[in-house]
Design a protein around this ligand. Structure first.
Ligand code: 3EB
Length: 351
């Protein structure tokens, strides 16, 4: 605190702070958070050489399985053809490291973090362990607000009824985070199953100094209010999140063909894709009520990622996205959605 608050004369720094306050100048110390996401066909070293690179994701067999730089994360989900790297960049120099098995980087008001927990089949235990670490990590650092979380786990729909691994994951996630996140604090999220066994639960996130605004979709029941038939613990995520900074994109959660709480178009890939597009449009309209500068449709500045259950359907999803949203850069991955009847899910950003 400046000395002035304790009755002493302010020093030069205190005086400058008071002047800034009086003149209502924005502080130059922390410009508003801004995140760029690009799909880049290059080796990881090329994008990691840029000090503004916050994170780089390589997908499937054609990407390196690891890299010494903690900003590189390999996601084992196979892609259509050779997927580009997904690169996150901020407008500041990034610092990075590994602490307590968490790979992290931070800069420009944002933090990336990733961790992996061995998963020998007990999804509840793996998620509880991972989320307990995340909770401790967020509580002790300068970026306490998770805006966006990705969860990748093996065999997501194995097991029957409440023993299904996704439902056990939801139980462990809630236990690990330690308390019911209030609806106003929920991050946007994706939870997807690996089609091949990896033996690990992978969790990564984007966190910020400032909390954002979680958004819900009027076409869908809030996931945290799903009825008991979907498991003992409703999933804790918001349908999208609007970061505090206007320089940030809208962060869209994994979006499937769910209307109300029910899966739609069982057996129809194209029916599900059409429903996903309707869900995305409805979510975008909700966000635009708060931030009218957002575009009404995904365009060249948007980025989308599709997760497709059946490997044979990847080209069809890729072709559908090309036909419907030709301007939007996309990555199409082979991954299992958390309800067996759901063939496809799409997440991304809008700006
Ligand atoms: C759904 O609408 C589809 O458990 O974190 C999408 C995004 C889904 C995130 C999660 C689950 C999650 O219910 C599933």
């Amino acid at each position: 605190m400046v000395g002035a608050s304790r009755g002493a004369a302010p020093g030069p720094d205190g005086a400058r702070a008071i002047m800034r306050g009086l003149m209502s100048l924005p502080s130059t110390a922390s410009p508003p958070a801004a995140l760029r996401i690009d799909h880049v066909a290059a080796p990881p070293a090329a994008v990691l050489a840029d000090p503004r690179t916050l994170a780089v994701f390589g997908f499937g067999d054609t990407a390196p399985a690891s890299h010494p730089d903690p900003r590189y994360l390999h996601v084992a989900l196979p892609a259509v053809g050779q997927a580009p790297l997904e690169c996150w960049q901020v407008e500041a120099e990034v610092v990075h490291g590994r602490d307590d098995d968490i790979a992290w980087s931070a800069g420009g008001g944002l933090q990336f973090g990733a961790l992996e927990i061995p998963d020998d089949g007990d999804a509840d235990a793996a998620a509880a362990e991972a989320y307990a670490r995340l909770r401790r990590w967020l509580a002790q650092g300068d970026y306490p607000h998770p805006l966006r979380i990705w969860n990748y786990l093996d065999a997501i729909t194995d097991g029957e009824g409440d023993a299904e691994r996704y439902r056990r994951f939801c139980v462990g996630r809630a236990r690990g985070i330690g308390r019911e996140l209030a609806p106003g604090e929920l991050p946007a999220a994706t939870a997807i199953g690996h089609p091949m066994r990896t033996g690990r639960f992978q969790l990564y996130w984007l966190a910020a100094r400032e909390a954002g605004t979680p958004l819900e979709n009027p076409r869908q029941v809030e996931a945290w209010r799903y009825p008991r038939q979907y498991g003992p613990q409703p999933p804790g995520f918001a349908r999208a999140l609007l970061p505090a900074s206007e320089a940030m994109p809208l962060l869209l959660s994994g979006t499937a063909a769910v209307v109300g709480h029910a899966s739609q178009h069982d057996g129809s890939l194209h029916g599900q894709l059409q429903e996903i597009l309707a869900n995305l449009h409805s979510l975008i309209a909700t966000a635009r009520a708060l931030r009218p500068a957002l575009p009404s449709q995904p365009g060249p500045q948007a980025r989308l990622k599709a997760y497709v259950r059946d490997a044979a359907a990847l080209p069809a999803v890729d072709a559908w996205l090309q036909a419907q949203l030709p301007q939007v850069p996309r990555i199409v991955l082979h991954g299992h959605v958390c309800r067996r009847e759901l063939q496809v899910e799409i997440d991304g950003i809008l700006r």
